[in-house]
Design a protein. Sequence first.
Length: 431
Amino acid sequence: MLTRPALRPGFRTFLVVVSLVLALQLWRAESSPPNGVDPPSIIAERRRHLDALGVTRWHQAGARGAGVKVAVLDTGFRGYRDQLGRALPANVLIKSFRRDGNLEARDTSHGVMCAEVIHAIAPEAELILANWEPDQPETFIAAARWCREQGAKIVSCSVIMPAWSDGEGGGAVHRELAVVLGSGKGPGDPLGFACAGNLASRHWGGAFVDDGYGRHRWDNAKIDNVVTPWGSERVSIELTCAPTSNYALEVLDAADGRAIGEAANFRGPDRHVAIVRFVPQPGHSYRLRVNNSEGKPGRFHLIALAAWLECSVARGSIPFPGDGAEWMTVAAIDGDGHRLAYSSCGPNSPRLKPDLCAPVPFPVLCRSLPFTGTSAAAPQAAAMAALVWSRHANWTAEQVRGELLRMCRDLGPPGHDVETGFGRVALPTDP
């Protein structure tokens, strides 16, 4: 009987390393098409998508976004250099408003995909890429201001920051952004686009219902809302409300009732914010409670990032920045014109929200999987605005906005509705 000779520990380690390297190379090859190679299936699918939007005819008529600068505000531009001249223009203007000045600090290409969508629809538009420091809204405002200073006519943002508003379009950050973006009537005012968010099943909004002991009753019954994490990613539970209320969040491990997580609270003249963040443990489940510690009970909005909520409310689930009047807010629909279940709904404020919707997924070249979610919807509307503006260079942002809404294909009940806005983005046959 032959026996296999034992491998030395060092050689076993070498084989493991080689195997991991080969696996990583294979994963990269499968998840991202090689530079310079545009898979025919992706190109064909994208062509069909652009045809359905009416974009192809506009390209054929010479409307390709020339003379329009479009800014993409995002937190994930990892690998953007590899896509220059391919999925992105050969040249882009960039600036980081993070403390470390690193545009590629986060390990995600989310912003690259947003920029690719814009480049696919408006290939002659100039692109500006900028990021900001997490949990520092002043850096987001600075980034938006810089984009305007660079001549951006359109600003697109598909990242949500729920704690930066009162959940209903109010707050200091919105007020400052409204000054930066302007009324839409001025000669340099840009037009802002924001995703509606993917929070329809991860949001609860409404009035505080006291159980008699200062604890909120979900659905007018139980005081515990089950939180189900997606995996090992850090979970963030974020509550926002008017400054007159002051709520406290409590996350309990269902196994032993122990309170867990790191709490952060902010109470300013514009809003009250309560946040609990925690790293979930395998096999554990969690319960969420909202307590009225002091102040006048009132309405609040609560969302879960990287987790599901057992008790959720889709209405009013649009987070910052899309809840603000200074943005055109874009929801996501499928190819048949139905709102996708995750796409956040209005109303969030006196302003009708969302403004419009766009079909997803969108075929991209920078990875093998299509780009989906409301993140892929917002840049489509932004890019179509660039095509309109390239045909009407003297128009104001307000005029472009009005034209986009006029061209929409109404879905659902006549007029505006809280799921799809004024309708699906579309361009007329004749530019």
